[in-house]
Design a protein around this ligand. Structure first.
Ligand SMILES: *Cc1c(COP(=O)(O)O)cnc(C)c1O
Length: 368
């Protein structure tokens, strides 16, 4: 039994600069979408989106939803998504009256398998939504080649992958748009929020219209839209976080490198030669485990060693009650039983890292 304090699985870092930025907006008396949002879009574009035009919205999910509507998604269309992801990836398709078509993932990187993707294309397929899961990029060269061959658009779910690159290019800049989430547990936050990095100005304009009731000019609504605006309060937080992200990412990578070298008896995450991984999660596999065995592993880490951890995701999206599909996606099913995410956030101390290694190695040995 370890008497030290619990090491949390995730910890949003919000400091004095964020508080001062919020205070500045509150004192201005103008809190809805305004100059802070515009500045945040510009800064995010330069830092994380290869200077693509960025549009800020009130959540990552809204960003996916509006981006796909702007790309032309219509009821009855099919969009291919991995099943091993957060439900939001598929929800943004389903709430548009379109059908998410679930495919399997690569067992090493946990990202969409290009062969499975190509096999799932039908005459109703209009788009592909790869997920850069846990901060590891999906194999974008292969996915782009398939999309071009079949005339499909790509919507990147980069919710977990701010700053990750594939063949030297930032994720979120391969598709017609890339969506980044700014939820508190993500690599950076605005409280709640999302950013849509758009391929061209016309797509960005359509996302802006849909974000704001279909208006570019006040009360001259061009299309039916939503209110999915970001507030200046949230943008002010996001702008500060953006200046800290590179340092945090380097810390996540250093934590991951320490785990890679020191963990025993579990499968550590792999990084493709073409990729830089930004470790939104550091996800190990308890190889050959049943879900109950993996859950017991997690319980031992938490209860005996006070090491927080999480399972992302225990149920493949196609099996959730909201979809209820009985598909044969063997890699997804195996990963849902075996994965376990360890704390990798930038506020871990050296002692925390050593405690995590000691705890995992002890539990793995006991179970072997
Ligand atoms: C967080 C997340 C989303 C949704 O982002 P929100 O900002 O929470 O709406 C979508 N996809 C993935 C993979 C995520 O992790």
């Amino acid at each position: 039994m370890n008497d030290d304090a619990m090491i949390p699985a995730a910890r949003p870092l919000i400091g004095d600069e964020e508080r001062e930025a919020v205070d500045r907006v509150l004192r201005s008396g103008m809190v809805a979408q305004g100059p802070e949002v515009a500045a945040f879009e510009q800064e995010f574009s330069a830092e994380l989106a290869g200077s693509r035009e960025c549009v800020a919205v009130n959540s990552g999910t809204s960003g996916q939803h509006l981006g796909m509507l702007a790309a032309g998604l219509r009821p009855g269309d099919e969009v291919i998504v991995p099943s091993f992801t957060f439900a939001a990836t598929a929800n943004a398709v389903a709430v548009s009256g379109a059908t998410p078509v679930f495919v399997d993932v690569d067992p090493e990187t946990f990202c969409m398998d290009p062969a499975a993707l190509e096999a799932a294309i039908t005459e109703r397929t209009v788009g592909i939504q790869p997920v850069h899961l846990y901060g590891h990029p999906a194999p974008m060269d292969a996915i782009v080649a398939i999309a071009e061959r079949h005339g499909l658009w790509i919507a990147e779910d980069a919710a977990q992958a701010h700053g990750a690159t594939w063949q030297g290019r930032q994720v979120g800049t391969f598709g017609v748009f890339g969506m980044f989430s700014l939820y508190p547990t993500k690599n950076m936050t605005s409280g709640e929020g999302g950013m849509v990095a758009c391929e061209d100005h016309e797509l960005a304009r359509r996302v802006r219209l849909l974000r704001n009731q279909g208006m570019e000019v006040q009360y001259a609504n061009e299309v039916a839209g939503f209110n999915n605006r970001m507030t200046d309060i949230h943008a002010a937080i996001g702008r500060v976080q953006l200046t800290k992200l590179a340092g945090w990412t380097a810390q996540r990578q250093a934590n991951a490198a320490f785990f890679d070298v020191n963990l025993r008896g579990v499968v550590t995450p792999m990084v493709r030669a073409d990729a830089t991984h930004v470790y939104h999660q550091y996800t190990i596999r308890v190889e050959g485990a049943t879900a109950a065995e993996r859950d017991a592993f997690a319980a031992a880490l938490r209860e005996e060693h006070k090491v927080g951890c999480g399972v992302y995701y225990p149920t493949p999206v196609h099996r959730l009650p909201s979809y209820g599909l009985d598909l044969d996606l063997p890699v997804t099913e195996t990963l849902a039983r075996e994965v376990l995410a360890l704390p990798v956030h930038p506020s871990l101390t050296e002692t925390d890292r050593e405690r995590i290694v000691e705890a995992v190695n002890t539990v793995a040995k006991a179970g072997a």
